[in-house]
Design a protein around this ligand. Sequence first.
Ligand SMILES: Nc1ncnc2c1ncn2[C@@H]1O[C@H](COP(=O)(O)OP(=O)(O)OP(=O)(O)O)[C@@H](O)[C@H]1O
Length: 389
Amino acid sequence: MGRVGFVPAATLELRNVSKRYPGAAEAAIEDLSLEVPAGEICVLVGPSGCGKTTAMRLVNRMIEPTGGDILLDGRSILDREPAQLRREIGYAIQQIGLFPHQTVGENIATVPKLLGWDRARIAARVEELLELIGLDPAEMRDRYPAQLSGGQRQRVGVARALAADPPLMLMDEPFGAIDPINRERLQNEFLRLQGEIGKTIVFVTHDIDEAIKMGDRVAVLQKGGHLAQFATPADLLMAPASPFVEDFVGADRALKRLALQRVRDIDLWRAPIVRVGQPVAEARALIEDSDLPYPLLVDEDGRPLGWLRDAALAGDTVAAEPRSRATPVLDMDDVLRDALSDLLAHETQYGPVVDAQGGVTGVLSVEVISHALAAGSPATVPSPAELAE
Ligand SMILES: Nc1ncnc2c1ncn2[C@@H]1O[C@H](COP(=O)(O)OP(=O)(O)OP(=O)(O)O)[C@@H](O)[C@H]1O
């Protein structure tokens, strides 16, 4: 798309990295190795004090490692001039620290200015980024940070980090200070944005749910910066590598996996789909051939009208009544967790699933979901970017 993201994403590799702060009894990071492929989001997650922020600050040389090496696109960052390196690495933090006496536009322009871009190029870039993060440039460009909501400030912080199109982004609890509802919105927006810009991103959080949602891969850190597990969210939930990880991901890890799969990713039941006036013999043959004994009445466009009772099949042709409502109607794009809570809220075992046009494509049942849970392999679990579509 456009000019945004024209700089290719970089690979990042931490090789046996250690950091001991001067005078500290124990290392903050000990022998940490991990590789982040270009264009992926790697989440660092773990309890307070496990070294997440330290690891991140090592990458842009705000602090120096006491051992090991860090490679950006295969090249050691230790050979790089720190100020210049930092201009290639976007950095977004909690309570973003926008400059209060500069406008939104000036804040976003910080790094391009340092890079000596001309005014026209900077202005175009600011406009482009404001649009990208969903803020109206005309309305927002000249406001000051105090005139924005917390969520808007956070978006501007992300835009500032993206301004010079860095091949690597570091994000330290970027949504940490935002209330849960706006946080979820920002997460979804950010995943959509990442679908367009495909940056390599290191994302720090202490929230395992955020890690599972945002990460292509998740590094679970333990005190002292020990890597307890480095895996995809699905692997982490399915096969925690140690009691520490198991405890950290939580006892509800099976349920959490339901947030990683969409209805369209699993095999649905086939329902006997019938229309008014159809010969009953045909309807009965359909019932024989389906996973469910109850005929689902649909309108001429295939939209669900309700489950037919036996008496509706008493004549030669299918009657519209009696029937019960086919609620809830589930969407192919629902994640399984939401679909399950819909079924439970309606006190029913199954519900029709419709596509974007509203036509029935199958039936989702609690049983189908429980099969998906038992069988779900990591290969069938989509990436966060796909989930955000
Ligand atoms: N400047 C410093 N000097 C000395 N020790 C430090 C310094 N910064 C961090 N530490 C120590 O290093 C360890 C790791 O800290 P770090 O901030 O990286 O953890 P974190 O996982 O980001 O924690 P949190 O989730 O609480 O932000 C902690 O024990 C901390 O006390």
